[in-house]
Write a protein that binds this ligand. Structure first.
Ligand code: ATP
Ligand code: MG
Ligand code: FE
Length: 336
């Protein structure tokens, strides 16, 4: 089978082609319009998707060497994401499938982040635990097979990517701040300052407290030393990153022990974080884990992961009707 996949859930317009399980390309247009607002503006995202989608699809078809008539299915991200953004990709995919008279496949964006692990070997063995950390989600997922996943625990408030971005914004870093905070953290002392860990029960996370804690910490220090942020930026970033990573790792270790699973993966935009990647490598030695880190281009939003998810659905004969609607909120495992 040869599938064209489209991703448009947030601020990346992306298209990829997969043929017999092999990803042929992954074209991503990142929207820069949001930078000056310090966050994604939904209406601007929809308009930018409309502008970028056709050139991105044309590029994906051209560089894959696959012509439209060779496609056996079209796939798209149905949710979760911004409704207007999802509508652009979804409507295009429907029209394309209808015009070519080929089946349509809907993909859950959070399942796709997990399935990015099957783009390149080594593949995790089932069952494995995936910590999915992104701009909108923080989830511990028990992955039973390509088509069956269960959320074991998730955040009760902000996502960890949101915490990275909001704290970076307070520190005056450009949007999205996660990668900037990561880079500066690499030059600082992670033990310079300490911030409270959350005390959530079980496998639940909470990241709203640390944002407030950092804000008050900065206010207090600025009173004594007006240039506090500028003169201590690297140490602040390192300490914040250390705390966020520790909060993630505590629950990941707990999930692995409770379920007695030693196959451990991370996914989503924040899985690009160097602090998380290094700490995971250390934890693998301590806990006897086999760990799986996605390539950086498959951490943040991309259509290759959507194509991968669609491939497994195609093999199982799971298609959808042309009257399907996008879902801004869509749980893992939802079929309806
Ligand atoms: P979701 O997948 O939950 O719908 P999203 O699609 O917006 O949200 P992704 O594209 O998967 O999220 O990830 C974007 C997030 O990843 C942003 O919050 C960004 O700051 C964060 N991020 C990317 N690289 C890094 C990094 N190196 N360190 C920390 N955070 C990072
Ligand atoms: Mg993005
Ligand atoms: Fe995402």
């Amino acid at each position: 089978c040869t599938i064209l996949a489209i991703e448009s859930s947030c601020d990346e317009t992306s298209a990829a082609v997969i043929s017999d399980g092999k990803i042929l390309n992954n074209i991503v247009a990142t929207q820069s319009v949001h930078e000056k607002y310090g966050g994604v503006v939904p209406e601007l995202a929809s308009r930018a998707h409309q502008q970028h989608l056709i050139p991105v699809v044309a590029e994906a078809l051209r560089t894959s060497g696959v012509s439209k008539k060779d496609l056996t299915a079209v796939a798209f991200t149905r949710g979760p994401g911004l409704m207007g953004a999802l509508l652009v990709g979804g409507s295009f995919a429907k029209a394309f499938a209808y015009a070519l008279n080929i089946p349509l496949i809907e993909v859950n964006h959070m399942e796709a982040h997990v399935l990015a692990h099957f783009i390149e070997k080594p593949y995790p063995e089932f069952p494995f635990i995936c910590l999915t950390v992104s701009g909108g989600h923080t989830q511990l997922v028990l992955v039973k097979n390509h088509l069956n996943m269960e959320v074991l625990g998730e955040t009760s408030d902000d996502a960890v990517g949101e915490a990275f971005d909001k704290i970076a914004k307070i520190l005056g870093l450009p949007y999205p701040g996660g990668p900037h905070l990561d880079r500066l953290a690499g030059k600082g002392n992670p033990k310079a300052y300490s911030f409270p860990l959350s005390d959530m029960k079980g496998l639940a996370f909470s990241f709203s407290g640390i944002k407030t804690a950092v804000l008050y910490f900065l206010k207090e220090n600025i009173k004594q030393e007006p240039d506090f942020i500028a003169t201590h930026l690297e140490d602040i970033c390192a300490s914040v990153q250390f705390t966020l990573v520790k909060m993630l790792m505590q629950k990941l270790v707990k999930a692995s022990r409770e379920h007695q699973i030693l196959e451990v993966a991370i996914a989503g935009g924040v899985s690009a974080n160097s602090g998380l990647r290094n700490t995971l490598k250390e934890a693998a030695l301590e806990n006897d884990w086999q760990i799986y880190l996605p390539k950086l281009e498959y951490c943040t939003d991309n259509a290759a992961m959507v194509a991968m998810a669609a491939h497994y659905k195609y093999r199982a004969g799971i298609f959808c009707d042309l009257d399907i609607s996008p879902l801004a909120k869509m749980k893992i495992g939802y079929h309806g």
